[in-house]
Every structure is written in structure tokens, then in C-alpha cells.
Design a protein around this ligand. Structure first.
Ligand code: ADP
Ligand code: MG
Length: 238
């Protein structure tokens, strides 16, 4: 589904993502982990079109998407969440998601369809679908769910989920992990899930890839990666 080759991003003289290559099969959940500042969000921004690669290529369903505009990448079927949720505060929960459904599909759906897709996405993440429910009352876990619903409402084939566990307690983390697992199973959506900690992610993903200082240092099954000496060193040393 996705083939990333030699992906590199430099900001001036600083290399945030350094010749990273990986591929992703349809239906997989790939965990992408690494310490803070290791290049995880930058990798997402490169795939989603928020940033253009300095070098390398990104092929999605056979089409080169490196350097394309975010909205075009979204229309091709890549949905992404942001590490820091920034909902429209004056819109209701439902309106926030409906806006994503409508504009994320570039007017290929009617307004009525967009509302229906918004309700469906909110149902998947267990948020209220009534028209008046406000964003104001949402805590950290609620905002993460809203972020997920906004991405799902664009009807993605590939979902990029960035730090879905940030600010959550233990029980909420478990629920978030189960939710991503359910989304893959029920909606047949392929997922790349970024976290800086291993934690519950390791229970749910098929494969894990580890970044450190922008470089891929390990990749494999969760239990292989968790015992890889290079990974242990990075996590104990950080
Ligand atoms: P992660 O998500 O793994 O915590 P990021 O991808 O956000 O890390 O950042 C990787 C590195 O690139 C960090 O050192 C960060 O400061 C730097 N970086 C990210 N975005 C920019 C930018 N727009 N300009 C300059 N440096 C950036
Ligand atoms: Mg990040």
C-alpha cells in the first residue's frame, strides 16, 4: 500500500529524517516509535504532504505522493491525526467532524452524506452525535477521540495516528489501543501508529519500526524489537 524509500528531511543543516525506508501492507497496523525528537511527526508530515521531502520518495497505491499538497493526499485516502488536537472551539463536536468529512473529500460527497459520515465516525470513537454536544466539555481523552473521528470521517484507506495516548491515564490508553484495533478490523483501515513510549502499542501492532535521531534503528515483530539491544539502549538512555 505504501512504500517509503530513502525519505530524508533537512531543516537547514539539521537532518530530522535520515534516509528512512519502509513499506506497509494493506490491513496492517505498523507501530512507529522513538524518543521525543526522533523524527516521528516529521515522517507523518512528509507522508501527509504538510512537509515536502528533501530527498526520497513516497509511493501510495502506486502513485508518488511526496511533495503533494495535504488536501490532495487526503483526497487520495490518507487521513491523519495531529499530536496536538486543535478543534474549532465554536463548532459542536458533530460540526467539527462534518467539516472534515465534507472538505476532506473535496465536495465528492453531499452535505447530507458528510453529516452521516460524521455521525458514523463519532459512533466509532464513542463520542456523542447530538448536534449540540460542545467541544468545551472534552478532556484529553475526548479531544484525542475527536481528532480520530475527524480523520476517520474523511474515509481514509490509510490512517496516520500521532501520539494517540498523550495525556491519557492507564485505562484510557488501553481503550485507545482497543479502538485502533477495532477500526482496523471493522473498517479495514491500514494504520501507522506513532507513540514515543512502547506500552500498550506493542500489544496491538503487527510490526514495529523504531526511529532514533531520524534514522531507522530497528524493525520487526513487537517482541523482537522490544529485545533488540539498540532499542533497549535508546530507551534506557533517554
Ligand atoms: P518526534 O515526533 O519524534 O518527537 P519530530 O518529528 O517532531 O519528532 O521532530 C524531529 C526533530 O526535527 C526535532 O529535533 C524537531 O525539533 C525538529 N523539527 C521538527 N519540525 C521542524 C521544523 N519545522 N523546523 C525545524 N526543526 C524541526
Ligand atoms: Mg511527535
Amino acid at each position: 500500500m505504501l512504500t517509503v524509500s530513502n525519505l530524508t528531511k533537512r531543516f537547514g543543516g539539521f537532518t530530522a529524517v535520515d534516509h528512512v525506508s519502509f513499506s506497509l501492507e494493506q490491513g496492517e497496523i505498523l507501530g512507529l516509535i522513538g524518543p521525543n525528537g526522533s523524527g516521528k511527526s516529521t515522517t507523518f508530515n512528509l507522508i501527509a504532504g504538510t512537509l515536502a521531502p528533501t530527498e526520497g520518495s513516497i509511493s501510495f497505491l502506486g502513485q508518488e505522493i511526496g511533495g503533494q499538497r495535504p488536501m490532495d493526499v487526503c483526497h487520495l485516502g490518507i487521513g491523519r491525526t495531529f499530536q496536538i488536537p486543535r478543534p474549532f472551539k465554536r463548532l459542536s463536536i458533530l460540526e467539527n467532524v462534518a467539516v472534515a468529512a465534507y472538505y476532506g473529500q473535496n465536495g465528492r460527497v453531499s452535505r447530507q452524506q458528510a453529516w452521516a459520515q460524521a455521525e458514523e465516525a463519532l459512533g466509532l470513537v464513542n463520542l456523542p452525535t447530538d448536534a449540540k454536544a460542545s467541544v468545551d466539555g472534552l478532556g484529553a481523552a475526548g479531544l484525542k477521540k475527536l481528532e480520530l473521528a475527524r480523520a476517520l470521517a474523511t474515509q481514509p484507506k490509510l490512517l496516520l495516528a500521532d501520539e494517540s495516548l498523550g495525556g491519557l491515564d492507564e485505562q484510557e490508553m488501553d481503550q485507545a489501543a482497543d479502538m485502533l484495533s477495532m477500526i482496523r478490523r471493522e473498517k479495514n483501515i491500514t494504520i501507522i501508529w506513532v507513540e514515543h513510549i512502547m506500552g500498550v502499542l506493542m500489544r496491538v501492532v503487527d510490526r514495529v519500526m523504531v526511529l532514533d535521531h531520524g534514522e531507522k534503528i530497528s524493525e520487526g515483530l513487537p517482541r523482537e524489537v522490544a529485545s533488540d539491544p539498540r532499542v533497549v539502549e535508546v530507551y534506557l538512555g533517554s
